[in-house]
Design a protein around this ligand. Structure first.
Ligand SMILES: *[C@@H]1O[C@H](CO)[C@@H](O)[C@H](O)[C@H]1NC(C)=O
Ligand SMILES: *[C@@H]1O[C@H](CO)[C@@H](O)[C@H](O)[C@H]1NC(C)=O
Ligand SMILES: *[C@@H]1O[C@H](CO)[C@@H](O)[C@H](O)[C@H]1NC(C)=O
Ligand SMILES: *[C@@H]1O[C@H](CO)[C@@H](O)[C@H](O)[C@H]1NC(C)=O
Length: 374
């Protein structure tokens, strides 16, 4: 059973073209230019068009207007127009979390004002690219699961997940929960569509990249799925909590970001093997699970702006003079040095509690030193 409206896989798989030529060349995947579409469904995060009132059942101006959708994604858009807003929101949540997680790194997940969203750096099958695919896929599961629960989508409602076995017997199961099953299935269908429409010869870098994307999309979805938990509310006479109602609840998205960031740190370097499968470059490590991130190319150093790789460089970035970490001036500025500025920061201060019940503060200005990479 897939999505409720009887959408079958053939809509997506029917578009496969049969280019099953076998190429007997092994690629060393070092900064190889992989053909990746410049635009992606990520652009839904940037699109201001997505106003629910603008959907007209039966008419399809919306889907053809949206940039970045693949053939299969356009089809899904036509069938599930009301979902598009949440896919956009999910992508936006993912991008925001990515920027938070990478705020002290040379590559800071900045977007470019363009339908390519993250720019050409995504052409490199790096760890950073892996993280970006995972976190945005996770954002979509999150947004769609929640939208079901909120009653914002016509084809889904509250979660119908089975009662957990370990739930105490006198607690009620059946509050309206986040519909993770639906969110997971829909976002898998939608987000993976572009990759599923393609077939490349088995041993090519393009195929390795395709498998990498699919793996990381799944890792992102699984993070949301695995972090979801049971949440309960007390009832009973004047808060006695003699009765509890429980439901399935999405984790705070920050937790998803933290988990995927850990997966980024331990991501596995992969290559395609003789049978066209993605395998580890070094098999002394445990093979990655469905929850782990994988990559195929080494990361550029992101130090200097480069139009070819899409790296923005770190010139102009703030750095921390005393830190020895990635946010420290030595690493952030890649040895180019930094400029020091005095900056004014406005803070709340001299806060007083007033009976009853508010806190009043003054504004104080403080001068701080700021360090900016050359
Ligand atoms: C948008 O992206 C394309 C492809 O990555 C690039 O060639 C073009 O210069 C970009 N345009 C702007 C305005 O950044
Ligand atoms: C940009 O990166 C490419 C690929 O790594 C490299 O060949 C080229 O020399 C770089 N260009 C500049 C201006 O650094
Ligand atoms: C991220 O880095 C780019 C390029 O160095 C910079 O322009 C941008 O302001 C940075 N964004 C944040 C939030 O620091
Ligand atoms: C700079 O780094 C040091 C050491 O890691 C840390 O204690 C300090 O809070 C940082 N300063 C800022 C402004 O982030």
């Amino acid at each position: 059973m897939l999505l409720r409206h009887g959408l079958t896989c053939s809509a997506l798989l029917g578009t496969r073209d049969a280019r099953h030529g076998v190429v007997a060349v092994t690629f060393l995947a070092v900064f190889m230019q992989v053909v990746v579409e410049a635009s992606s469904w990520w652009s839904l995060a940037m699109n201001p068009l997505l106003i629910p009132e603008a959907y007209i059942i039966g008419a399809q101006p919306l889907c053809s207007q949206l940039a970045g959708l693949s053939k299969g994604q356009k089809k899904l858009c036509q069938l599930y127009q009301d979902h598009m807003k949440y896919i956009g929101e999910g992508a936006k949540t993912g991008i925001r979390e990515c920027q938070y997680q990478f705020r002290h790194r040379r590559w800071n997940c900045s977007t470019v004002d363009n339908s390519s969203v993250f720019g050409r750096v995504m052409h490199i099958g790096s760890r950073e690219t892996a993280f970006t695919y995972a976190i945005s896929a996770a954002g979509v599961v999150n947004a769609v699961s929640r939208a079901c629960r909120e009653g914002d989508l016509s084809s889904c409602g509250c979660s119908r997940a089975a009662r957990p076995k370990d739930l105490p017997r006198d607690w009620l199961w059946g509050g309206c929960g986040d519909n993770l099953n639906y969110g997971y299935r829909f976002s898998k269908e939608f987000v993976d569509a572009r990759e599923r429409e393609k077939t490349y010869p088995k041993f090519t870098t393009e195929n390795a990249r395709l498998l990498m994307n699919l793996h990381n999309n799944e890792a992102g979805r699984r993070a949301v799925y695995d972090l979801a938990h049971v949440s309960c509310k007390c009832h009973g006479v004047s808060g006695s909590c003699s009765l509890k109602t429980c439901w399935l609840q999405l984790a705070d998205f920050r937790k998803v970001g933290d988990m995927l960031k850990e997966k980024y740190d331990s991501a596995a370097a992969m290559k395609v093997n003789g049978r066209g499968k993605l395998v580890q470059q070094q098999n002394k490590f445990n093979p990655p699970t469905a929850l782990d991130l994988v990559y195929i190319d080494p990361s550029p150093d992101y130090c200097i702006g480069n139009k070819t790789t899409g790296s923005l460089g770190t010139s102009g970035r703030l750095c921390n003079k005393t830190s020895e970490g990635m946010d420290g001036c030595a690493l952030m500025c890649c040895g180019r040095g930094y400029d020091q500025y005095k900056a004014q920061v406005v803070e709340r201060c001299h806060c007083k509690f007033h009976w009853c019940c508010y806190v009043k503060c003054k504004k104080c200005t403080r001068t701080v030193d700021q360090f900016v990479c050359k």
